[in-house]
Ligand binder design. Structure first.
Ligand SMILES: *Cc1c(COP(=O)(O)O)cnc(C)c1O
Length: 408
């Protein structure tokens, strides 16, 4: 039976096969896929053949012959299948921060309203991009931040767009995408969702949700590697009217006419900007192969909830000094679990020295990402055992674990 058959996947056999599709160092439990996914085994051969057989052998003709120029939209369609987007509505390029800016700028040109509503649990880069954009516009524009729990209720008829990240990067709290979109539309506002911690980990259906714009990165749960490009989705009903503000030549209708007048390309291509990152895209393609061999997203999500629940149960039973910072209900959190502790940084450094890799977020949080693609029940048991040793014996209480690096 194939790995994606329902019987195989519910028995977990599908995930043993996906785990074998990653190259992980021996004796490591990797729980930081929410920050940087691990290396898909197929990435290195794919990258190497792109470098040698395309760039090296075919040189510049690869733009046509190897399909480099068509790749952002082709890869966009593959990501689209994981997020419920119709073909032709997603393209890939740039970084997530840039894609946030593009969506927001396009949204603000579609309305006379002046308020961008977001929440103070949103990722800072999204808020910085919004404030930079707003500072360039007239004085009437405003970035309004509210607590995450109030996001839906604070949408009023001054709001141009609601900009939110579905999964909170610190606590894992999950916003109700469908409800926020509905609330926004009822009050005449647009909705822009950031799927940074959703794509590849949680089920999402951007088309069905009715969201106007969606963006995300590919180096977290999509495992495409450091510096991998971001993606952008525009709902088909807006694609004619949405205006790109960042006007690059590859978003032009005929880039190789080199005309002085900008004329947007048809469809999602107008949200392309400049030269695609071909080598990163090769890694992204190999990373997406894993999802195409894996059980469906619904099964990935179901298993991830089981793993995270068993982690919470184990840690709470054995580490009373840690406080759960994530929602207790697995349906209200994404694919990560966080705990608070006053020496969280030292705890995480100590854990990492013992082969269990998560990360730290200021001021006092340790964070663990869960995906069954390469984490199994034994890994989770080992993480609980290691963490409970570190806590019970205060193994974290050493100077070497308290020296902060730049990246935490
Ligand atoms: C990870 C993350 C980013 C990072 O943006 P880059 O431009 O890729 O560095 C932005 N927003 C959110 C919500 C994130 O989780």
């Amino acid at each position: 039976m194939g790995d994606s058959g329902p019987a195989a996947s519910s028995a977990g056999a599908g995930f043993a096969a996906t785990k074998a599709m990653f190259t992980l160092p021996p004796d490591i439990v990797y729980m930081d896929g929410n920050s940087l996914g691990p290396l898909p085994a197929g990435a290195l051969p794919r990258l190497s053949s792109t470098v040698a057989e395309e760039w090296g052998a075919m040189l510049i003709s690869s733009w046509n012959k190897a399909g480099w120029m068509a790749q952002p939209n082709a890869v966009g369609d593959r990501i689209g299948r994981l997020i419920g987007a119709q073909p032709g509505t997603v393209t890939v390029g740039d970084t997530l921060s840039i894609k946030v800016y593009q969506c927001l700028a396009a949204a603000l040109r579609m309305t006379r309203r002046k308020v961008v509503l977001s929440d103070d649990g949103n990722f800072p880069s999204d808020l910085y991009m919004a404030s930079g954009l707003i500072d360039q516009l007239d004085d009437a524009h405003e970035l309004r931040l509210v607590p995450p729990e109030e996001l839906e209720s604070r949408i009023d008829d001054t709001v141009a767009a609601v900009l939110f990240t579905e999964v909170d990067y610190r606590t894992g709290r999950l916003h109700d995408l469908k409800r926020i979109v509905e609330a926004a539309h009822e009050r005449g506002a647009l909705a822009i969702v950031d799927l940074a911690h959703t794509a590849g980990a949680c089920e999402v259906d951007v088309a069905r949700s009715g969201v106007d714009f969606a963006v995300g990165c590919t180096y977290k749960y999509l495992n495409a590697g450091p510096g991998a490009p971001a993606f952008i989705y525009v709902a088909p009903r807006h694609i004619e009217t949405a205006e790109p503000v960042l006007r690059g030549w590859l978003g032009h209708a005929r880039p190789f006419d080199f005309t002085l007048q900008y004329e947007p390309a048809a469809g999602i291509s107008k949200f392309r900007i400049g030269t695609p990152p071909v080598l990163q895209m090769a890694c992204l393609e190999a990373a997406l192969d894993v999802f195409e061999a894996a059980p469906p997203m619904s099964e990935i999500r179901r298993r991830s909830m089981e793993l995270s629940q068993s982690f919470i149960d184990g840690v709470e039973a054995r580490c009373p000094m840690l406080t759960l910072a994530s929602p207790r209900n697995p349906r209200e959190r994404g694919s990560q679990v966080s705990f608070r502790f006053h020496e969280a940084y030292a705890v995480m450094q100590c854990l990492i020295s013992r082969g269990v890799i998560g990360d730290f977020r200021a001021p006092d949080m340790i964070r663990f990402g869960f995906t069954p693609l390469y984490l199994d029940a034994q890994d989770v048991d080992r993480a609980v055992d290691t963490l409970s040793e570190v806590m019970a014996m205060r193994l974290w209480d050493e100077d070497r674990f308290k020296k902060k690096s730049f990246v935490t």
